[in-house]
Design a protein around this ligand. Sequence first.
Ligand code: CS2
Length: 504
Amino acid sequence: MNTQSKLRLNEQNLHQLPSTISVPNYDRKNVQAGIVHVGVGGFHRSHEAYYTDEYMNQTGDLNWGICGVGLRDADRKMKSILEQQDYLYTLIVKHPNGTIENQVIGCMTDFLLGCDEPNAVIQKMADASTKIVSLTITEGGYNFNPATNEFDFDNPDVIHDLANPHTPRLVFGFLTAALKLRMERGLAPFTVQSCDNIQHNGDVARKMLLAYSQKVDLELAKWIEQEVPFPNAMVDRITPVTTSADIDYLSSELSLQDEWPVTCEPFHQWIIEDKFSVGRPQWQKVGAQFVPDVTPYENMKIRLLNAGHSVLGILGSIHGFETIDESVKDPTFSQFLQLFMDTEVTPILPPVDGIDLDDYKQTLLQRFANPNIKDHLTRICSESASKLATFLIPTINDNLQNKGNIECATLVLAAWCYYSDKQTNRHNKEITIIDVMSQDLHIAAAKYSLNPDAFLQLTSIFGDLNKNQDFLDIYRKQTKQIYSDANIKKHMQCIVDNATLAVS
Ligand code: CS2
């Protein structure tokens, strides 16, 4: 490809871009970073950074720029590309009808890499100009044991951080060191704003930080307990992994050389509890909603959307599908998903103010079907150990307690055992599995022929499910069916047909 005639995305070229690409209308030189964000992946860039950029465009309030932070060596590439591009990147919004909107996001001011310069990250967080430290560190980043919900002090990185408080590796080490400096300097604390898909994400962040900081300094932990706000939030925008096709699209269609754009759907939602220690952007001006209690919204989103993704992801992978839109286009898959949402999730959801659940579920199916968002099942199934423990297993537990239906959700766990054991789809084609627990999952699942419940012995994921007879009856029947015939669609269709018969 001829890159000679392409414009590189950077500050200098910003105002020479084709008019079909929208660019910040504010003067980036005047942007001050008021937010430090840990975990600059696709989702942060399509969500919080998008809202913040829109906020700056609409209000001209430039006090809420974002300093990105990566903690691991794996974040080096993001830092280096953003640095080369003066922290600019393109958001490629793909509508279901094929319309594409391109928007350059300009609210990021800097990027620090914790593994190279831990002190710079600590000092930046501790600086009075930092009002909010926001997080997208994934479910696993909260370092809790899902079965006990307690902080995992056995993690070697936690042991390292407790012994080396000035050069931590994990986010809790950084937050603790920075908050300690703020307390010593007599500064108000920043707000810790979680943007991860965890129920009560703020409460979880708080509980984990308190557990960690209590081991460091009791006085500090008390101060954090009393002074630091941790607003819960529901965050939503489907953001697939950026592909080389996205980079090529900008280059060939718009002559723009952006090394790491982000693709996403048009839909976005952010519902936040209004608890901030030293101010916040007026994100409500650009569509965010501030509410006193986010619990019902979080529950609804995590248990329908995220769990729905996992249902399609695990079952679709075994069937041999590659993407979410491909899976949901198959009538058996969409009917199965609808059945799961209607009969297993909806009955346990409390009413959600201002939301019609039927519309919400309908919209979800339409969002999943967007043919231009090629959301790969490898991304959806990545880190399933923490995702299923957060998105799906609580639904099974609630239904077991209420004597509700569990067949659809249990089929996902039975299929996950097969998937983790064989690591192939029904055509014996290898499946790429990305999971910090993939080895443990494989070892446990591979004991299936000796002990059909062996997979469930991973109690940090499954809790006490292996002791529940109602669950075991269904799980054993379903694993047996899948191991004798990996045509997963047949088993799904059977559940759908039985449910239809039961109703008629
Ligand atoms: C997905 C989410 O991988 C997953 O767990 O369900 O990344 C999902 O796309 C986002 O939460 C959408 O807001």
